[in-house]
Design a binder for this molecule. Sequence first.
Ligand SMILES: Cc1cc2nc3c(=O)[nH]c(=O)nc-3n(C[C@H](O)[C@H](O)[C@H](O)COP(=O)(O)OP(=O)(O)OC[C@H]3O[C@@H](n4cnc5c(N)ncnc54)[C@H](O)[C@@H]3O)c2cc1C
Length: 415
Amino acid sequence: MTQIAVIGAGVTGLTTAYELLDRGFEVTVFDRHRYAAMETSFANGGQLSASNAETWTQWGTVLKGLKWMLSADAPLLVNPAPTLHKMRWMAEFLSNIPRYRANTVETVRLAIAARAVLFEMAAREGIDFDLERRGILHFYSNGKDLAHARMVNGLLAAGGLERRELSPGEMREVEPALCGDFVGGFLTPSDSSGDIHKFTTGLAAACARRGASLRFGTEVDGLEARDGVRIVSGGREERFDGVVVSAGIRSRAFAAMLGDRVNIYPVKGYSITVQLADAASQAAAPWISLLDDRAKIVASRFGKDRFRIAGTAEFNGANRDIRADRIRPLVEWCEKHFPGVSTEHATPWAGLRPMTPSMLPRVGRGKRPGVFYNTGHGHLGWTLSAATARLVAERVAGELAPRRTEVRLPVAAAA
Ligand SMILES: Cc1cc2nc3c(=O)[nH]c(=O)nc-3n(C[C@H](O)[C@H](O)[C@H](O)COP(=O)(O)OP(=O)(O)OC[C@H]3O[C@@H](n4cnc5c(N)ncnc54)[C@H](O)[C@@H]3O)c2cc1C
């Protein structure tokens, strides 16, 4: 049987492993942690959000970034220390500005395709991940932001996404718990939210049931494409027929070992998980998932007693420190918009988004035989990974084994 190694047991690695198993491959998943989903797929914003497909490659983001550089609690923070990787990444980010529209439309198409695949996986394997299919509400507190949202809505519609503009009164009907002065919002009924960690660990268990070998607690030290692919770990070398690199922010280093360039920069974000420990907090928290475009904050309810709030982007290398001045705005946002929710028990977290300069994931083959990538999903890995996993598994099947299934995605393959 054809043997494929997957590097990384985050959401992209495990969705890939699952799709490869479906096509009859013998799959081994490597991860340095003892459990699945311990890095960026641990405590993100929870949104399965085609409505958040707008890429950041636009002059507006650059100008805001420059303005915000002076403020420690701004949504975007850039450490001004010029490392070579950061400078090159940013130069490439700027060169992608002309593709802002095309990349946004491509992302929304991929996100719509991903939903069906993800729901199908969860249903087949009986994975409970606190899925809420009540839609996502974007809200705006000034006319300028709402005008920009209307422009973006045109791009999302071009990608096939149906949304509805709401007046402040209609917003109150849709989510009575949300407090604040708003000029309007957009509701995307087909979007949803759920706990990425629960889903990914559930999928790890499903992969194990279906015969995958899960090598947790195993750091991969080296990769070489020679007569198949060699994986070096703990001084031991193993041969596989192929490899899929889904190693989050480490994918760049692995790609370099395999003769490829995959330009991924770690973009840090933070979340708090508020325990809704009492009945008053449970009643005061929203059920619909929310996106505050100005603050760049997203929020999702996980079942009766958890409320996740996430946001901010920080360009500061592979630094995972949880900074108090970046967590405070998330707590304050909760207290402002949901004053009845107790923030006494809020667990902070920081994760590193594996971001490419185009903001499109790298999905497909590398230069050498047997080498594949499904990585670089940036701020949308939870939203996109089920679709890209299917695409890359099809590519692997096309090159390393006879096809056993047909691809069912209504999207063009990403690069
Ligand atoms: C604050 C925040 C909020 C977010 N909110 C959302 C959201 O609402 N919706 C959405 O769609 N996306 C969101 N995202 C993005 C999403 O979480 C990521 O895109 C996604 O989790 C990336 O998954 P991954 O599998 O590529 O990486 P990871 O989950 O980081 O997995 C990579 C794995 O590779 C393993 N690995 C790396 N190096 C090695 C090695 N040498 N040996 C063995 N194993 C190795 C790591 O241990 C890790 O488990 C958010 C991200 C952040 C930070």
